[in-house]
Design a protein around this ligand. Sequence first.
Ligand code: NAP
Ligand code: 8YV
Length: 312
Amino acid sequence: MSKPEILTVAKLWPPYLEELQQNFVVHDRTHELDAAAFAQIAPRIKAIAGGGESQVTRALMEQLPALQMISVFGVGYDRYDVAAARERSIPVTNTPDVLTDDVADMGIALMLALSRSIPQADQYVRDGKWMGGPMPLARKVSGARLGIVGLGRIGSAIARRAAGFDMSIAYTSRNKVVDSPYTYYPTPAALAAEVDFLMVITPGGAGTKGLINAEVLTALGAKGYLINVARGSVVDESALITALQNNVIAGAALDVFENEPHVPAALCAMSNVVLAPHVASATWQTRRAMADLAFGNLQAHFAGKPLLTPVP
Ligand code: NAP
Ligand code: 8YV
């Protein structure tokens, strides 16, 4: 039997791409790289494989009449037009749970790096400044107040870790979590006003666009820190830059940005900002588990078996 033809819509992790190439005829980003070749192969594409940040629009799907399923290498799928897929009964799968630990670890790591000035401390030693005296004092994390925007799988894992730092924990989400031991606030602004660290870990997309805006940052206040491991779109980036420039908040740690991989020069210039290139799930162990799950979903589909992790 001939191998199904699939289209990748991201520069995928090489071991995952190799596995796909062994089992499918892979057209690697042909829609972006070669319009003429894409026109030839489009009618034969049966599946799309992409990453969490990839974009799959209705217009792309309309060019793929034989499309049967979409497998996302990531838990977030906010740039996939799931409604358009659903209209054609095309299932979309993602990779929940397997990356939860890593993303929660990174959220805590960024919070510590920001508050304890770890990047600056490293630079201080390398630059030989230690000889001239001690670094400025930092901000204590243990026992501080943490606010989590989005108490889902990853938000809950962040809360469990923060409990180990004796932090008091509060959260906001659209729905109050039944039986949660943490204090609930109905809006991000109400939450921000009561915490020292505001950790953002919701999905991206239209429902959360600009959720963290100037009002929320003002509520967080001049001693408050923002950490974003969700999606760049959730934070109004220009409001954040203005807030940082005017000491409306104390600092920010960001793994995600509005226009990745482009990061505003204003953010790069500020010393009270810690930056990371969307690496919260980027460990060997987790990438392997994500690849197994993303591949497992494709395999299940083409074997006529139930999908492992279809999106709801
Ligand atoms: P999840 O279990 O679905 O949790 C999402 C949480 O966000 C839920 O508590 C949900 O609660 C809340 N939420 C949704 N819309 C909201 C809104 N408008 N206002 C406030 N809260 C809202 O998802 P997860 O597995 O924890 O993943 C969360 C997100 O993390 C992903 O979608 C992805 O964008 C991001 N992520 C980033 C990285 C990275 O590399 N930086 C890696 C993995 C994941 P309600 O429905 O009750 O509002
Ligand atoms: C990955 C992510 O960096 O899971 C997500 O939603 O954003 C990250 O885990 C991404 O999916 C890899 O493409």
